[in-house]
Write a protein that binds this ligand. Structure first.
Ligand SMILES: [Zn+2]
Length: 324
């Protein structure tokens, strides 16, 4: 299969395979964790709504502990990406969660970097890393996460820094000073914002804050922006790339169905964007399926799909192809 696709919004922890989760839970003597996270047949993840997903995420990450665990997960992800036609991916790793759990992200990052070399060799997929902070926690955790990310640096494949978690409980503006530093050090900035339009005006404000106060180069989700023509125009004028995650938004309640995803609003406004899975295995999604659904349900043309991949390659924080 061609590996022409670029994915800029995918989380390592949310891409753990059910089989790997079972192995990790057994390794740490907590088989109940896997049972709680998976369907009875052990083949898929189970959750309801955004907060149900956050609970699932917390339970699953509790058995991701040693660098070797993350190494194995990254190699697994490389295989999934290769099968999905992805040749370059920037993968979020929650340093915020690691730190709160008392795990040093640096040995984990070294393991991820080694895994990336292995995946490049065996699967022809280039992985780069986007450590992120958890927005609803005290800012000190975000600062620690950023310090670790900066220490790891490009030598260990880190190309940017992000912000994830519960948007309603952690406004981006709290992290303005931190992101000024990220930018000053020459790293890319990708911030989850406008993921849950149910927050109303707050969701649009969240996207604005990410752009205006934190200097985001890319917005994760950005769904709420679809309803605000002025904000769409700002995103388009500044070339801020929006990492659309339609399948994820359906599952966490941001939109009622894939067919109702406000896809056209972004394209018509000229906002650079492309499709992403967000959490591949936890959501049971892949790009092949996402582009197929967009073609069938949202009339995405082949040209528009190709333009999305070009936009994603341009918005990558590292070169998409070796030597290019
Ligand atoms: Zn995400």
């Amino acid at each position: 299969m061609n590996r022409d696709r670029v994915e800029l919004h995918t989380h390592l922890e949310g891409s753990v395979t059910p089989g790997r989760l079972i192995l990790l839970a057994e390794k740490y003597g907590q088989p109940g964790v896997a049972r709680a996270c998976l369907t009875p047949d052990g083949g898929h993840f189970a959750f309801t709504g955004f907060h149900g997903f956050l609970d699932l995420y917390k339970a699953a990450t509790s058995v991701m502990r040693e660098p070797s665990d993350f190494h194995a997960m990254a190699v697994d992800l490389g295989g999934q990406l290769a099968a999905d036609g992805v040749g370059y991916a920037e993968v979020a790793v929650s340093y915020g969660v690691l730190l709160v759990r008392g795990i040093d992200p640096l040995p984990v990052q070294r393991a991820l970097h080694e895994a990336a070399a292995e995946v490049a060799e065996t699967q022809g997929v280039r992985l780069r890393w986007l450590p992120d902070a958890v927005r609803q926690l005290d800012e000190k955790w975000a600062w620690r996460a950023w310090e670790k990310a900066a220490t790891a640096g490009r030598e260990l494949g880190v190309v940017g820094f992000g912000l994830g978690g519960d948007e309603a409980a952690g406004p981006a503006r709290r992290f303005a000073r931190l992101f000024a530093e990220v930018k000053g050090e020459g790293f890319g900035i990708s911030i989850h914002a406008g993921e849950l339009p149910g927050l109303g005006a707050g969701a649009v404000a969240s996207v604005r804050e990410a752009i205006e106060e934190c200097g985001a180069d890319r917005i994760g989700h950005g769904l709420a922006a679809a309803g605000d023509p002025l904000l769409l125009a700002t995103l388009a004028a500044r070339g801020i790339f929006v990492e659309l995650c339609p399948g994820s938004n359906v599952l966490t309640g941001g939109v009622a169905s894939f067919a109702e995803f406000p896809f056209a609003a972004f394209l018509e406004a000229g906002v650079p964007c492309a499709l992403n899975t967000d959490d591949r295995t936890m959501f049971d999604l892949n790009l092949e399926q996402a582009y197929k659904q967009a073609t069938e349900l949202l009339q995405l043309t082949d040209d528009a799909a190709a333009a999305m991949q070009t936009a994603a390659a341009a918005a990558a924080f590292d070169k998409v192809r070796e030597g290019s």
